[in-house]
Ligand binder design. Structure first.
Ligand code: SF4
Length: 445
């Protein structure tokens, strides 16, 4: 829990010297509490106050970065228990396992399948994030060689899974430049594993059978010089998992309990592919930072990635497309011009139906702050003036010569006003997008 403005004020020199750019120490304290100032802006803080303020401003769930460069995966830094309070920030990473005991052909085939697990949904690419390489052979050289082969054939980030520090060291040495997560520290090997992670400059994954044990192990790892940690509370089933994951998030956020303020890694059960998928779904909802799957079928991944997309969307901010004139196919001056709102689901539904009509068309997406047609109309965000402005800004006159615009059937009531406002002929389209192909075929000659 962060400090309040008054808590912060008590730590300040109270001289009101204004050097921080604020008129008083109290104003500075309030700005700091509201994250509108930095502790470093006050040059007169005591060492004790600096330490207290820095500790309080650290995120309750530490960030952990796996990988390097643009495709680097980041987890942690969550600040809310419920997404209606505040959005969840870093989407759960989905990892798929691959064993180092596979022969070359099987390894390549599985990796190819994992690499292909990417889809497009409402204009966004959704895909798995990580490959989890398991040291099933128990051999250092096989593990290291498999890690290298996989690293050379995928851009996905890597997790190395082994509880043998020597094997982990060998694999980390071969793929260290990819900054993999080294998973497998436990009570028996924590010191040696910490040393491997520290020397390789990699984040570490640690498991413990109870939250107390896990809290103790994370402190040992931090004392050993590794800051980026993901934790596995080793649940005994999906119910126990959700209970433990919730307790961890609650302790981190509500009690500022730093020893458990780390992202969680969760392993979905492998016995049944349907159950695996359901377990992974519940882990995404509550509160895994990474979910490791064994199954890698598209039918398993697509629903999980879709669920993840929904959970990590800001509920206070509807997903929207850019408000502009879109082309479907290669439209020309006589092509239909349809108009809709910039709510992603609405826009892509319309676009999909226009595409399936096989009639090259223009779609004018109007900025309604990401709301759907009826919601936007009710909130007066989709009226004749706003549509007219969108038409002008998109220069639709340059695109088509017929001066006809098709509006959604649900706002037929707008047609007269829009005609008066724009001087264009307004055609009322169908209420349901699924009727667009038939509508275009029958009305657009
Ligand atoms: S610089 Fe520090 S001491 Fe001076 S007004 Fe700001 S908070 Fe107070």
């Amino acid at each position: 829990m962060g400090l309040t403005g008054l808590d912060i004020f008590k730590l300040l020199p109270k001289t009101n010297c204004k050097e921080c750019g604020k008129p008083t120490c109290l104003a500075f304290a309030m700005a700091l509490a509201g994250k509108k100032a930095k502790a470093a802006d006050c040059p007169h803080l005591s060492e004790e106050a600096k330490a207290a303020l820095e500790g309080a401003s650290a995120p309750p769930v530490q960030p952990v970065k796996i990988g390097v460069g643009e495709t680097r995966f980041k987890t942690g830094e969550e600040t809310a228990l419920f997404r209606h309070d505040e959005k969840f920030y870093n989407p759960t990473g989905i990892a798929v396992t691959i064993g180092d005991d596979l022969d070359d052909d099987a390894l390549n085939a599985r990796l190819e399948k994992i690499n292909a697990l990417q889809f497009e949904r409402v204009g966004e690419r959704i895909a798995v994030d990580l490959v989890a390489i398991e040291n099933k052979s128990g051999e250092a050289e096989k593990f290291a060689a498999a890690a290298r082969k996989i690293a050379d054939k995928t851009k996905l980030n890597l997790i190395l899974i082994s509880s043998e520090p020597g094997n982990m060291k060998a694999a980390a040495a071969r793929v260290g430049e990819r900054r993999p997560l080294l998973y497998g520290a436990d009570r028996g090997n924590v010191e040696a594993m910490t040393a491997v992670a520290r020397d390789a400059g990699c984040p570490i994954g640690v498991k413990g059978e109870s939250l107390d044990e896990l809290a103790e192990l994370t402190q040992m790892i931090k004392n050993g010089g590794v800051e980026e940690i993901v934790i596995d509370p080793m649940p005994r089933g999906p119910g126990d998992a959700v209970e433990k994951f919730t307790a961890i998030r609650r302790l981190a956020l509500k009690k500022s309990f730093r020893p458990l303020g780390f992202p969680i890694i969760a392993f979905a059960g492998r016995d049944d592919p349907y159950r695996e998928c359901m377990e992974a779904g519940s882990f995404i909802c509550k509160y895994a930072g990474i979910v490791v799957m064994h199954g890698c079928e598209a039918w398993q991944m697509l629903p999980l990635l879709t669920l993840r997309m929904n959970i990590f969307t800001d509920p206070q901010k509807p997903i929207q497309v850019e408000a502009k004139l879109y082309k479907v196919g290669e439209p020309h001056e006589n092509s239909p011009l349809l108009c809709t709102t910039n709510f992603s689901l609405t826009y892509f539904t319309v676009e999909g139906e226009v595409e399936s009509s096989r009639m090259p068309s223009y779609i004018l997406s109007v900025d309604t702050e990401g709301t759907s047609v009826l919601t936007a109309y009710s909130a007066d965000k989709f009226n004749e003036k706003i549509i007219h402005k969108a038409m002008d800004e998109a220069e639709v006159e340059q695109a088509v010569s017929h001066r006809k615009i098709i509006i959604p059937g649900y706002v037929a009531v707008l047609s007269g006003k829009l005609e008066e406002e724009t001087g264009w002929e307004v055609l009322v389209g169908p209420k349901e997008a699924s009727f667009i192909p038939r509508y275009l075929k029958e009305t657009w000659k």
